[in-house]
Write a protein that binds this ligand. Structure first.
Ligand code: FSA
Length: 437
């Protein structure tokens, strides 16, 4: 007999981030008593070191993997209609553009994949062939600036106020009486096992607290492969961003502009309510390999270990990033090329080899469930991903999702589906970090 929702206790490690908070939310929506749900995280929700702790993330429909169509459509519906998520979706559109032959060819393939999905996506995902087409969607550009550009406009896209959305989940969880453990009482040390040695029945945190539960969900994002041995299925990588400050007058000219993304340069978002624009460059990420022994490994091994800006606020980013972020600004907003950059920071994600999520029960630890492997494209799934983690907990995850998200060692997560393998931060001049911190 399946265990009842009323009596099943669930622990969520990394519950202050994207996948963990969504899981807690969906447990409550499925009828699990909030007092049977415990969220553990290094930081209070929204966790400062979650990739989702950000001004904004991109929303668009991109079909990279089998499950993407279903997941994106579910997410879009919830960002549009679910009262909890609706306030955080800024449906200003997303303009994916390029001026190179290869880039344009790749955009055409993306467009075709959307048409081939056969669910009417061609109505909102529009090919922009001419400069006039682009200027109609993005009048803040000059004709000169967009010479040679072609674009794919996603009318279902835009941006998501990321940290605010996780915060809204956190506020709801607290109001419902979910239990929390933060700081050393929320930092994972090891799983606990029943007398059989293979059935997980809880977690010990670094302060020595033992939490017991029927199901343990590890949703620690880029920290997941440092906590338990994932057999090289996930490689954690950092992406960088910086902010620029606009005057109120400048800001009003950029209000409601679509997110603009060029795979060879990067992307930027409209200014927030304080006139701050986030700019990112695009590249295959930075790893940070060191000898480290996650729980379950028989000896230390090379693992890319994230290092958060939250914990190490004086860390810088590589000189090369400064250059490429400036290049992106010069490309997208040449009038702001001399603006000061601030809040330079890194955002840690974890790639799998095929860029599918890793959402499955551990093959040897019964009741220990992984919900990780974001591969850099998962924030948009905040509203719905937890529903599928709950399905996995209950043994009802549809076969196609279970197969895509299965435990699957092998493959090259360092490269993943990107243009090149990640370079290591240790090789990047300018990346300074105080070892004492
Ligand atoms: O469209 C999206 O899913 C947003 S991806 C944003 C990004 O910064 C990537 O550009 C980067 O390559 C990495 O995957 C982290 O996320």
């Amino acid at each position: 007999m399946a265990p009842s929702r009323e009596s099943t206790k669930v622990l969520i490690v990394g519950g202050g981030g994207t996948m963990g908070s969504s899981t807690a939310l969906h447990l409550i929506r499925a009828g699990y008593p909030p007092s049977n749900i415990t969220v553990l995280d290094v930081y209070p929700i929204p966790s400062l070191q979650s990739a989702g702790y950000d001004l904004n993330k991109i929303m668009s429909i991109r079909l990279r993997n089998g499950p993407d169509l279903q997941l994106s459509l579910e997410a879009l519906d919830m960002w549009r209609n679910d009262p909890l998520f609706k306030p955080f979706f800024h449906n200003v559109g997303m303009l994916d553009c390029s001026s190179t032959e290869g880039g344009i060819a790749s955009l055409r393939r993306k467009h075709q994949a959307l048409i081939d999905a056969n669910v009417g996506l061609e109505q909102t995902n529009i090919w922009l062939e001419s400069e006039d087409d682009i200027l109609a969607k993005a009048p803040h550009f000059t004709r000169e600036q967009i010479k040679g550009w072609k674009g794919l406009f996603c009318g279902d896209g835009g941006w998501l106020a990321a940290a605010k959305a996780i915060n809204a989940i956190g506020t709801f969880l607290k109001s419902q009486g979910v239990k929390f453990g933060f700081g050393s009482a929320g930092t994972f040390k090891r799983p606990l096992f029943a007398a059989d040695g293979t059935t997980c029945n809880g977690v010990e945190t670094v302060d020595g607290t033992e939490y017991y539960a029927d199901k343990v969900v590890l949703a620690a994002g880029a920290w997941s492969p440092t906590l338990v041995d994932l057999e090289d299925q996930c490689v954690s990588k950092a992406w960088v961003f910086a902010h620029i400050q606009l005057t109120p007058q400048e800001s009003s000219q950029y209000k409601d502009v679509p997110v603009v993304y060029d795979g060879e340069y990067g992307f930027f978002f409209e200014p927030n309510e304080h006139g701050v624009i986030k700019v990112c460059d695009e590249f295959p990420g930075f790893s940070r390999f060191k000898q480290h022994r996650p729980y379950g490994a028989t000896s230390p091994k090379l693992i890319s270990v994230p290092r958060s800006h939250a914990k190490h606020p004086t860390d810088t980013y590589p000189d090369a990033s400064e250059e490429t972020i400036r290049k992106a600004i010069a490309r997208f907003m040449p009038r702001f090329r001399d603006k000061q950059l601030f809040n330079r920071s890194m955002c840690w994600c974890t790639d799998t080899a095929d860029a599918n999520l890793l959402i499955c029960e551990h093959p040897r630890w019964k009741n220990f469930i992984l919900a990780t492997g974001d591969s850099g494209h998962s924030f948009k799934l905040l509203p719905n991903i937890g529903k599928h983690v709950v399905e996995l907990i209950e043994g009802s995850l549809p076969q196609d999702l279970a197969s895509a998200w299965r435990w699957r060692p092998g493959g090259d997560a360092l490269r993943s589906t990107r243009g090149a393998p990640a370079k290591d931060l240790a090789e990047m001049p300018g990346w300074k970090h105080d070892a004492k911190l």
